[in-house]
Design a protein around this ligand. Structure first.
Ligand code: GRF
Length: 192
């Protein structure tokens, strides 16, 4: 059984979509805990409402990575809650070797572009600036790089001539909410 520890820094709409897919029996998994490196992130509020352990992970002194004591604490808490798989859902920190070694090939991420195109920050804006006709989202296994690692699911979004960053991101998000449960169910099926 997939027992998910979810990590997010912001709104948590992907986390919510995963929780809804589980409730609707479209995804055979369980969410065992939710972490955020941002104390007042909405994802923690959503977790409290949905009845999942909501954990603030103080990642200081690091600004852009999950390392050191915070990484060790995360590993300990995931294990304590029975987690066996990590879902990064808008987690704005780089995952380091300690967590990768603790959960080998068991960490996934979602990114708002058709990787390998437009990795890193502001992927939607990168696509608009590049003037491409199509972008989308990607669920992939996490390795040591930034938005690299084997791709599990991609969903496309057509860019309209009158798209703003807001209208485009709204449509990408809608596809993410389908892609993430789908990718996790693929993994659940492989594990069964
Ligand atoms: C998503 O666009 C995801 O692709 C990116 O961060 C965003 C998280 O959104 N990694 P939410 O917090 O799940 O609403």
């Amino acid at each position: 059984m997939l027992k998910l520890a979810v990590f997010g820094s912001g709104s948590g709409s992907n986390y919510q979509a995963i929780a809804e897919a589980i409730a609707a029996d479209r995804l055979h998994a369980q969410i065992v805990c939710v972490f955020s490196d941002v104390q007042d992130a909405f994802i923690l509020e959503r977790a409290r409402k949905l009845g999942h352990p909501a954990i603030f992970l103080d990642c200081a002194p690091f600004k852009t990575k999950l390392d050191g004591q915070a990484e060790a604490r995360a590993i300990e808490l995931i294990r304590r809650h029975g987690g066996n798989f990590i879902v990064l859902a808008g987690f704005m920190r780089i995952i380091k070797q300690g967590l990768l070694d603790a959960f080998p090939k068991r960490i996934v991420n979602i990114h708002p572009s058709l990787l390998p195109a437009f990795p890193g920050l502001e992927a939607g804006q990168q696509a608009l600036t590049a003037g491409v006709k199509e972008t989308g989202c990607t669920v992939h296994l996490v390795d040591g790089g930034i938005d690299t690692g084997p791709i599990l699911v991609q969903r496309k979004v057509t860019i309209q001539p009158d798209d703003t960053i807001q209208t485009l991101m709204t449509r990408i998000h809608a596809q993410e909410h389908i892609a993430y449960p789908e990718a996790l169910q693929k993994i659940a099926t492989q594990m069964a």
